[in-house]
Write a protein that binds this ligand. Structure first.
Ligand code: ZN
Ligand code: ZN
Length: 389
């Protein structure tokens, strides 16, 4: 019997508007787009922000092309959740088939999402018209409270507290449950309950974490977003296993997100900050949830041999200290072989011995774990680190 495994990929994690500021490049600047491949091969896409363009450029037909069907759940019609649609190349291929799910907006009426497509591509806003989009497109209206099945997977939609409405989705697959709750603000008793229902017992609970708790109480109150602290409260209360902080503010730099994540990890054990390129595997043997960052963006590397001492925190949350050699180093980071398995997105203190004018000198660097791969040495992991100062 094979173990059912689901794969959740993050293609866009930024809220409100894309950022191309180098200070935000580590977590990424594309607006919301997630992809979930269920154990039965069904491909789900959650939201169509600018991350959708990258998903399209790496397109592989779902299920090896045998049943090339993709189910796209759109939470609401704010720009940051739809602006990738015209740039999604698989929509221009006749043999592809897409099933879109979203709600009837009181501002648009029937076929709201279809109208959004047409409006987005109307002249003079876009150079090609709708007729170029040759893929089959089917639209299904869903309402808060609806449940339906796609293959072996059950999808439940719930209303969330957000201006002009937003749906949260809970997808139950045989490998585990993903709750996707972007764009929501706490404070409406009924809708807070909806959020808790989505999150209850979920393996992955993705929640809006745009603002700091201080902003949420003061200057950003009523803007329709939440904070890392609210996410940890709901996750703890509802027994969600892993919390993913999502919809990062465009003004939040990587450094600020590092600090937000650190605070959230003090409140709840298993937290990740959504990061472009992050992949979470559900249902893998031995470990319910695994997060990794395959093929992280790295610059040209130079072979090196530096003796180093590395201090960090393991996947299980324990401090460790280990002596090793740094073999591969670039201006931005290094690849370090370790016996301990550090936690993804945690800090590492790397002390390297480097030859200086007065003999060997210790060089202290603070690194950040962006990638974990198998190492050539038995019992080791290859840890990709980006230096933060
Ligand atoms: Zn948004
Ligand atoms: Zn919104």
């Amino acid at each position: 019997m094979t173990v059912p495994i689901a794969k959740l990929s993050f293609w866009g994690v930024r809220g409100s508007t894309p950022t191309v500021d180098p200070a935000t490049s580590r977590y990424g600047g594309n607006t919301p787009c997630l992809e979930l491949i269920a154990p039965d091969g069904t491909q789900f896409i959650l939201d169509c922000g600018t991350g959708l363009r990258m998903l399209g450029s790496r397109w592989a037909a779902p299920n090896g092309g045998k049943t090339p069907e993709t189910h796209i759940l759109v939470t609401h019609y704010h720009w940051d959740h739809i602006q990738g649609i015209p740039f999604f190349s698989p929509l221009y291929v006749e043999s592809n088939e897409f099933h879109f799910y979203s709600f009837r907006s009181k501002f648009l009426g029937r076929d709201s999402l279809k109208q959004v497509f047409e409006a987005q591509m109307a002249l003079p806003y876009f150079p090609v018209d709708m007729s170029a989009m040759s893929a089959k497109r089917k639209f299904k209206e869903v309402d808060g409270g609806d449940s339906f099945n796609v293959g072996e997977n059950k999808i439940t939609a719930r209303w969330l507290n957000h201006p002009q409405g937003c749906l949260g989705f809970r997808i139950e697959t045989p490998a585990g449950t993903v709750a996707y709750a972007t764009d929501n603000e706490p404070g409406d008793a009924k809708l807070d309950e909806s959020l808790r229902e989505l999150a209850a017992g979920a393996d992955i609970f993705i929640n809006d974490a745009q603002f700091t708790p201080e902003q949420l109480e003061t200057t950003r109150k009523g803007w329709g977003h939440s904070s890392w602290l609210e996410g940890t409260k709901v996750a703890r209360q509802m027994g969600a296993k892993t919390l993913v902080l999502f919809h990062h503010d465009p003004d939040s730099t990587d450094r600020m997100l590092d600090s937000i994540l650190r605070q959230a990890r003090e409140e709840f054990d298993s937290v990740f900050a959504a990061s472009e390129g992050m992949v979470i595997t559900l249902g893998a043997p031995g470990d319910r949830v695994q997060a990794h960052m395959p093929g992280a963006r790295t610059a040209l590397r130079r072979e090196a041999q530096f003796h180093a001492k590395v201090c960090g925190v393991t996947e299980g949350g324990k401090d460790f200290e280990e002596e090793t050699m740094v073999r591969d180093i670039s201006l931005q980071g290094a690849l370090i072989s370790l016996k301990h398995l550090p936690r993804l997105q945690s800090e590492l203190q790397v002390t390297m011995e480097a030859p200086g004018t007065d003999g060997v000198q210790a060089m202290n660097l603070r690194g950040y774990v962006v990638r974990i791969d198998a190492a050539p040495e038995k019992g080791h992991v290859a840890v990709g680190v980006v230096f933060t100062d």
